[in-house]
Write a protein that binds this ligand. Structure first.
Ligand code: LLP
Length: 438
């Protein structure tokens, strides 16, 4: 195998330049490493925009009334949100902090959906003050609190109810949210009570229902089962309480191809099956087709992101394993340690080098679990080489941390041979700013 065989899981149009270096968005990756230092997170603007457009197109051409909203927890940075806004997507936020970043990015609030399983009173106040488009209510406590707050402020926010459909998405337990035993959403046995109570609260406008069954879903069947469940439920609620389902939000969760051996369905296939099932089920229950909202996070940003690291120690334990240590690790990308996530890697400064055998890429954190890639075939490596890991766009930087007083890496955007800093590297001052000394 050649290192170039791995390029399909890197940003679109990633190539090898005449110097044998990795080129992303028209920029030489080794030059970027030199200019901004490592670890470095690169986002390719072209790939990011292409993903936004593809989503809108794949769903839009199959369904008359569609909204695509970006789940900003995948990476909520003001510059990224500006691009997502320019592409006409909406936004899913799950905290006052994410809502604040959306404001900073001047994201139109009417396209913002406010999620969360334990929203606080100040967060709900903020959502009402900024007039977010939808509040996705998760539980009875929130329903009552929001109802009272809206009444006090004499406003009538549009809400969706998040219902747990009781469907197993067959994914990692940490990212599985659709089964009955979940902290998210109104419990399955109480779903009817949720609708009945929401309809009674005059200060709230119940416009629809939401489900999100999990992340990295590789099968279409759990979505279809959930769609059938929720539309049948909506039909029952119409009969019983006159509830009209104007909006249906089917969450995110579309899987991404991180390694060459992973082959998730193209999201066109998800779009085809989900929209066909909605249309069929609406016909079956004699319901108007609702406004459909999908909220992908990972699929929008994962592929556009690449992490660059500099190699330091190469430690061979004869007969056991060779550890190749990089200058980042679980502090900037906890996904391999937390979810056993797998990634590919290439040596950015020697793309034409021949494979030499399997190694394990580890980080520099004081944890044996600080492994970025276990057993990956790569050429021989030496200190100073630049290693590029794919799929770094989603959930890496947002889940990064200061363990071992690590300075979170800078983030740049690349496009047409130009690079621009969208988050600078942290410094000692940044990470000690909140410490209080006598
Ligand atoms: N909507 C809701 C309500 C969600 O909770 C999520 C993700 C999404 C949409 C977007 O899901 P996506 O399309 O990105 O799969 N940290 C984990 C993933 C956590 C997902 C949390 N919720 C990881 O790195 O794999």
């Amino acid at each position: 195998m050649l290192m170039t065989d791995r390029l399909p899981v890197f940003p679109l149009e990633t190539k090898v330049n005449k110097d044998g270096h990795l080129e992303i968005g028209g920029c030489d990756a080794t030059e970027l490493a030199r200019k901004f230092g490592t670890p470095l997170y690169i986002y390719d603007e072209h790939t990011l925009r292409a993903k936004c457009r593809e989503f809108k197109e794949e769903f839009g051409k199959r369904y008359p009334d569609i909204g695509v909203i970006y789940a900003s927890k995948a990476y909520s940075n003001a510059a990224i949100l500006q691009i997502v806004n320019e592409e006409g997507l909406g936004l899913d936020v799950v905290s006052g902090g994410e809502l604040g970043i959306a404001r900073m990015a001047k994201f139109p609030m009417k396209r913002v959906y406010f999620h969360g399983n334990n929203k606080s009173l100040p967060e709900l106040e903020m959502a009402l003050k900024y007039k977010v488009g939808r509040i996705v209510v998760d539980n009875f406590y929130e329903l009552e609190m929001l109802g009272k707050l809206a009444q006090e402020k004499d406003v009538k926010p549009s809400i969706l109810l998040r219902i747990t459909p009781g469907v197993d998405p067959h994914t990692h337990t940490y990212t599985s949210t659709g089964t009955i035993d979940s902290k998210f959403g109104f419990p399955l046995p109480l779903k009817e009570e949720a609708v009945a109570r929401a309809l009674k609260i005059k200060s709230l406008d119940l416009v629809g229902l939401h489900f999100h069954i999990g992340s990295r879903i590789t099968e279409t069947a759990p979505y279809l089962e959930s769609v059938k469940f929720i539309l049948k439920f909506a039909a029952e609620m119409r009969k019983q309480y006159g509830f009209e389902l104007k909006e249906l939000n089917t969450g995110g969760g579309y899987d991404v191809r991180y390694t060459l051996d992973e082959k998730p369905p193209a999201f066109g296939e998800f779009a085809e099956k989900i929209t066909t099932t909605i249309k069929n089920e609406c016909k079956k229950w004699h319901m108007d087709i609702p406004h459909l909202v999908v909220e992908p996070g990972r699929e929008i940003v994962a592929q556009s992101g690449v992490a660059l690291y500099q190699i330091g120690v190469v430690k061979e334990i004869p007969g056991v394993r060779t550890y190749v240590a990089v200058d980042g690790g679980m502090g900037d990308n906890i996904r391999p340690a937390l979810y056993n996530a797998r990634l590919e890697a290439v040596i950015a400064n020697r793309m034409k080098a021949k494979m030499a055998g399997k190694v394990t890429i580890c980080g520099k954190f004081c944890e044996s679990g600080d492994i970025l890639i276990k057993d990956i075939e790569l050429p021989e490596m030496k200190a100073g080489d630049i290693l590029a890991l794919n799929g770094a766009g989603a959930y890496a930087i947002p889940e990064s941390m200061n363990y071992n007083a690590f300075f979170r890496p800078p983030v740049i955007l690349v496009k047409d041979g130009k690079s621009r800093l969208i988050r600078r590297r942290e410094t000692l001052e940044d990470i000690t700013r909140c410490d209080v000394m006598e």
